[in-house]
Design a protein around this ligand. Sequence first.
Ligand code: GLY
Length: 251
Amino acid sequence: MKYLILIFLLVSFSACSPEKSPRPEYVLVIHGGAGVMAPKDFTPELEKEYLDKLQEALDSGEAILKSGGTALDAVTAAVKLMEDSPLFNAGKGSVFSETGENEMDAAIMNGKDLSAGAVAGIRTIKNPILAARKVMEDSKHVLLVRDGAEKFAREHDVKIVDPSYFFTQKRYDALLKARKHGTVGAVALDRSGNLAAATSTGGMTNKMTGRVGDTPIIGAGNYANNNTCAVSATGHGNISCAIPLPMIFRL
Ligand code: GLY
C-alpha cells in the first residue's frame, strides 16, 4: 500500500485579548507534498528532514508577518524556500515528465485586490513562484505559459537556470519508480487583515509534455479573497479531486 504523504505546519499569533479581536494578528499555513511512498520508506530520519525544511519555510514567512510585512510577501518567501529544496515536488525537486523534463506551474493571488499571476509549463525558471508574482505585478495578464513565460521572466530579472539544475540522478530514479506527485503552498493573513495564497508544483511524474494541472488556474489550485478565504490546493489536479488545503476562512 502506498500513501500520499502531506505535511502541514501552521503558525498563528494573537497579541490582543479575544474580546477585543476575534482574529489572530497573523496566520501562516504551509503545505509540502512529500510524494507517494510506502510508509516504510517514510523513515523517522526522512520525516525529520521534511519537518526541518518546512519549519524553515514557516519561519521565513513568519518573520515577515511578525514585523508587519504583507501576507503576499510571506507566502512568496515560504514557497520560494520550499522550491529551493530537492525534498518537495516544486522548483528544484520537481518531478519528471514522460520526456524526462521538468515542467513547472505556479500561481499567486492577493486577497486584498484579487490580483493574481501564474506560470505554467516552464522549464528554466529557478523559482516559478517569483515568475508568477512578476506576472501579477508587472504584466497585463494572469497566466503565461512555456516560452512566453520564460521570456517574460528573463526580461523581468527573474533568475533563469539551465534545465539541468532540476536534475539529480537519485531523484530521477526514485521518481520514476514512485509516481510522485505533490505540491507546495502557503496561505497567510497579515496584521492589516489581508489574505494571500501561493502554490507551486512540478505536476505529476511521467505526465505528457504540455500537461497543466490545477495549480496555475486561479480559483482551482490557488485563490485568495479578503472577503472569503485563502486556499492552496494539492493532490491530483487532472481530475477534480485536488485537495483544497490549507485554507484560511474569514468568519
Ligand atoms: N495539483 C498539482 C497538479 O496536479 O499538478
